[in-house]
Design a binder for this molecule. Sequence first.
Ligand code: NAP
Length: 499
Amino acid sequence: MSGPTAVGPRVAIIGAGLSGLAMAMAMQDAGMQGFTIFEKAQDVGGTWRENQYPGLTCDVPGRFYQFHDAPNPDWSHRYAAGWEIHRYIRRVVSDRGLAPHIRFGSEVTEARWEDDHWHLRTSDGDEHTADVVVAATGVLHQPRLPSIDGMATFAGPSFHSARWQHDVPLEGKRIAVVGTGSTSAQIVGALAGTASHIDVYQRSRHWVVEMPNPRYSRLTRALLRRFPRLNMLGYHAHRAVLFDWLAQGVVEPGLARRVFQGIARRNFAKHVQDPELRAQIEPDYPPLCKRLIIAPNYLTALQRPDVDLVTEHIDRIEPEGIRTRDGALHRADVIVYATGFDAAAFMRPMAITGRDGLTLAEAWEDGPRAYRSVALPGFPNLFTLQGPHSPVGNYSLVRIAETQVHFVMEWLRQMRAGEITAVAPREDATDAYYRDLRAAIPNTVWDTGCRSWYHDAEGNVQLWPWTAKRHREMLAHPIPEHFEIERPAVADAALSPSG
Ligand code: NAP
């Protein structure tokens, strides 16, 4: 990266997914061109590049899953397919001329704060210096494979859902899908009827809402293209009615929660009328506790003759298939592990060292934490997008990223104006924030008797326990007293009483 410029601080953005690109666009809009995006892969898109499994669809409506300043009139359906979102992201990169800022194939392996700057090392051996680092490395980023005896002995292909092997033919094959989360529901719905047989391995139960995915007519798309404001009307309607209200329901007991839970229970009962199947899959905890699965045809697929739900736990994997604890061998040609991700990885395995040699491993010894989801005590000028305790529960990640980007921009503007050089949240302000956060957790629906990636190994909820509106409010303006701020020598002199 070149040296500091008059157009603002030099910012290293790590990751060219939706969050990293939101950061880049905000800097562009503010006339700050001094940013470089480090991307480990050869393409943009983050999760929408990495996940390419059959049936991949975003269960947040496209109208709400797009950049605020780049509304897309061309979503084909209410819930956009993964490839469509990926195409949209690529188009935004092209329209906004962001490609020259991106270093592809450049994974940041190390970031060290030294001499008031960040020193980065990348997988290609290069070194870079930046004033600010914005980690936009995603939430669910490191696939988690189970550890089951005999996995390596399986004779056919097997892979994690986020590492789909497109060269493996599935037509007419017996497919085992391990896991019953959102990913599994989409894969099973898409492959039912193509495979000769699917076995779905359930370890614990999930609430599922079967929701149709209507296509937008040509007329609708033409109207949205002609009148972009209509698109934004859809955006605001979704935000107000669905997400702000739903978000309130998940963090506070009351009417919104009762309404959404009632809808989920009724939808489930309507789609699973077979009492035997219902007894096997209906959860004994309230809806919304784990992430609600919204899928167009999963419950219907489970009731097909060529799809079996296996509730017996897996004992081991053998060359011919999966042996369950009751001794039965379930033959399979292909095994798909839809077993989720390490939700506590965040920026890791990148080695990050802050002030006075403090490592991220030391700072997060008791688990990931960040001031209001965006900044870490002891790590000056390091900001996280979708960081620890971000409001990722049933909300649009794009909107969350934009809220966090707004907060980072507040600091970048002060740096460009020469008012400050470095900033990090105070330890006591972060402690106080976490006291409030822990006190709010018992109000949330995630604390009502289930376990999922929303919890840490001890069962503590790892999400933002307030509304998304509160997230916007808490990140609207930085509170200077909550931060250790370093100012340039000349600004210090001007601010001091004798200066
Ligand atoms: P997930 O929700 O963590 O589900 C993983 C599944 O694998 C669970 O059913 C889990 O069982 C099972 N599992 C894990 N380890 C296992 C083992 N050793 N043996 C047997 N089963 C095992 O992961 P995901 O489905 O990939 O979804 C993760 C998140 O990604 C979602 O919650 C959502 O936020 C996001 N996502 C979003 C969309 C979208 O449309 N926007 C689509 C897909 C995913 P337990 O239930 O017992 O833990």
